[in-house]
Write a protein that binds this ligand. Structure first.
Ligand code: ZN
Length: 315
């Protein structure tokens, strides 16, 4: 090895303890930038860049615990064609116990499933679509939450699912949700587009009506000075708030796959983004401070959930 290269390696090795000592919040922003970087080429389902993305997500989740698995699936992509994708699932120890117990048909709901899709559009019209807000933000948040809650005793288990093929029809989450026993799951928490433009500071939380009474007090107890948590209880109300008549927020992301299995959901998102599905959806376009505050609010929400009596089974 030439001296120059050797020096670079030595410097890297010397610096690596500092890399590891980064806080979870610093890593949240690192993850966002890495996932939205050009080398991941827009993370299109089935592409080599999707594989690179998976390697990164698995590596990051494996730093939290060893319970990281892939869930391959295939879906109809045209009249006579099919395509395939791969979800990544990470569960804490409590979650694994809950899965085992789930064979008992009368058991109580004990699981919360946290989802975010990692796929995006790749290149369109010759232009790279980095998908920073959609949905590198959700995946970075998912990794952050997996790391902060891994060792924490909670009255429920958390299963983290990085879904694939959301952009072309919520296929990864549909496949995953069908593998669940509905009465074993308290709720799905879905994260999609948590990044905000410069001054926007609302974090919308679209919630199944069946959870309204239970979660009202939870939402009231969760505060952040920089980001307002705005509970929403119907897609129509969400469209009014965000002035986005053409989007059905109930069906707009992976939470809909859970609703179809009669599992209630809580969907967190910052709402309409003018850079959505354009080549301008870059990490630089996201206010890192507000994004961090939004993720801290979601962390506070889960902490508050842990203090709240939850429905024993979905209604
Ligand atoms: Zn999305």
């Amino acid at each position: 090895m030439p001296i120059k290269q050797l020096t670079v390696v030595i410097i890297f090795l010397l610096l690596s303890p500092f890399v590891n000592s980064k806080t979870a919040q610093q890593l949240l922003i690192d993850d966002l930038y890495y996932l939205a970087d050009q080398q991941l080429a827009g993370r299109k389902t089935g592409s080599q860049s999707a594989e690179l993305t998976r390697s990164y997500i698995k590596h990051r989740l494996s730093q939290v615990n060893n319970n990281v698995v892939e869930q391959p699936f295939c879906y109809k992509s045209g009249l006579f064609s099919q395509a395939c994708g791969i979800n990544i699932i990470s569960s804490n120890i409590g979650a694994l116990e809950a899965v085992t117990q789930a064979t008992d048909p009368v058991q109580k709901a004990t699981r919360i499933i946290i989802t975010a899709h990692y796929d995006h559009l790749g290149k369109r019209g010759g232009k790279l679509h980095p998908g920073a807000n959609d949905n590198a933000t959700g995946i970075a948040a998912l990794i952050y939450l997996a790391s902060v809650f891994n060792d924490k005793p909670l009255p429920f288990s958390l299963t983290f699912v990085a879904t694939d093929a959301e952009e072309n029809g919520l296929h990864g989450s549909k496949y995953f949700a069908k593998t669940l026993l509905p009465n074993s799951v308290i709720m799905n928490i879905n994260l999609d587009m948590l990044g905000v433009k410069k001054r926007r500071s609302n974090l919308y939380v679209l919630t199944s009506r069946s959870l309204k009474n239970t979660l009202n007090s939870v939402f009231l107890a969760v505060k952040n000075n920089n980001v307002n948590l705005k509970p929403v209880y119907s897609a129509a109300q969400m469209s009014r708030y965000i002035k986005s008549k053409n989007i059905n927020w109930h069906k707009a992301s992976d939470h809909y796959s859970f609703a179809r299995q009669k599992i209630p959901y809580v969907y967190f998102g910052m709402g309409y983004d003018s850079a959505h599905h354009t080549s301008n959806d870059t990490a630089e376009n996201i206010n890192s401070k507000l994004f961090t505050d939004a993720v801290l609010l979601i962390e506070a929400f889960i902490n508050q959930l842990a203090k709240t009596p939850l429905p024993l089974s979905p209604s």
